[in-house]
Design a protein around this ligand. Structure first.
Ligand code: PMV
Length: 336
């Protein structure tokens, strides 16, 4: 039996991926940029085993057996098999996959990204695949290609209709901006109502704003963001992060029927962040939301105590509202 275990980070986009130009190959309509989080705190851990004694392929997610009959999982396995250096003997072996997340699944915390990046990495190691594997991770879940790398990562949309150039590359490693911190505010850890896959598809089909976003806005914004990261310019980084998150959610509302992922609690957090930045007369905190109500704050280490104080003041831990804080790691460094 051959066995491999890998961990992969959650990534939080600061320039969002929202919309595919090819649903099957998972090719995006714009470039995106994210930070990968410290795997010590938030990660997926996957063990893959191949054996001649296994009768079928099987998968367990967070301890529960799930069906292998999942098109995204099958895409990922097919990509792996295409690139694998398999001995004749191993070609007929079945695999068992066990994956665990230490954070809520499908609650807008990029669980599928970490999961598919981890699966691609583990299978690549098992089958001795060399070189970039971000395209294999992408075939499971688009944003997963960014979780293959640490630090700040850019996913290039590419121009090849077959997607060979739609891959992720590291912009800077995790230790490049050591003062950067990420605060995750878990507003709700239940499964989201509209998956990002469905939401995106509806947006591509119906939103005029998405066309403007992908063609006019993001191409310029992604370059500005990359430069802000390279310059460690927090002010610019924060402005672009906030604007891009708001634009993605504006596209969601421009979608027919609209999909709204943000709750009243999310909107209160957004208002508090703006009020705080206004009060101190500069951008000290940036917020961003994926396809769920949970808010991620980007800030510098020196500002963590005051921001945590404000969060505590508005959302005390002993308050039994639906605002949950403390069941997910709170202060996280971007890391490899
Ligand atoms: O990779 P998916 O299909 O889970 O899409 C995720 C898209 C967002 O999280 C909303 C944005 C992003 O760039 O991560």
């Amino acid at each position: 039996m051959n066995i491999v275990t890998c961990v992969a980070p959650v990534n939080i986009a600061v320039i969002k991926y929202w919309g595919k130009r090819d649903e099957k190959l998972i090719l995006p309509i714009n470039d995106s940029i994210s930070a990968s989080l410290d795997t010590k705190q938030l990660c997926a851990k996957t063990t893959v085993m191949a054996s001649c004694n296994f009768k079928t392929d099987r998968i367990w997610l967070n301890g529960r057996e799930e069906s292998m009959d999942n098109p995204r999982l099958q895409n990922c396995l097919q990509q792996i098999k295409k690139r694998a250096q398999l001995s004749l003997e191993m070609k007929n072996w079945h695999i068992h996959i066990c994956s665990v997340n230490n954070f809520p699944t499908a609650a807008g915390l990029a669980s599928s990204a970490a999961g598919y990046a981890c699966l691609a990495s583990a299978l690549a190691k098992l089958y001795n695949i060399k070189g970039d594997i971000s395209d294999i991770a992408r075939s499971g879940s688009g944003s997963a290609c960014r979780s293959v790398y640490g630090g700040f990562v850019r996913w290039y949309m590419g121009s090849d209709p077959q997607g060979t150039d739609s891959i992720a590359k590291e912009i800077v490693p995790s230790n490049y901006w050591p003062e950067m911190r990420i605060l995750i505010l878990v507003v709700n850890d239940s499964k989201k109502k509209v998956s990002s896959a469905i939401g995106m598809k509806n947006s591509v089909e119906t939103s005029e704003l998405l066309k403007y976003r992908a063609n006019k806005c993001v191409p310029e914004r992604v370059e500005l963001m990359q430069q802000a990261i390279i310059d460690r310019n927090f002010d610019k980084f924060a402005e672009l992060t906030i604007k891009d998150s708001n634009q993605m959610h504006a596209v969601c509302l421009d979608t027919y029927p609209p999909c709204s992922y943000l709750t009243d609690v999310t909107h209160s957090i957004i208002d508090i962040v703006h009020a705080y930045n206004d009060a101190v007369n500069c951008l000290k905190v940036a917020y961003t939301n994926d396809a769920g109500p949970n808010t991620v704050l980007y800030l510098l280490e020196k500002d963590v105590p005051s921001v945590l104080g404000i969060i505590d003041y508005y959302f005390p831990q002993n308050d039994n509202s639906n605002y949950i804080r403390g069941n997910a790691p709170e202060i996280i460094k971007p890391s490899a």
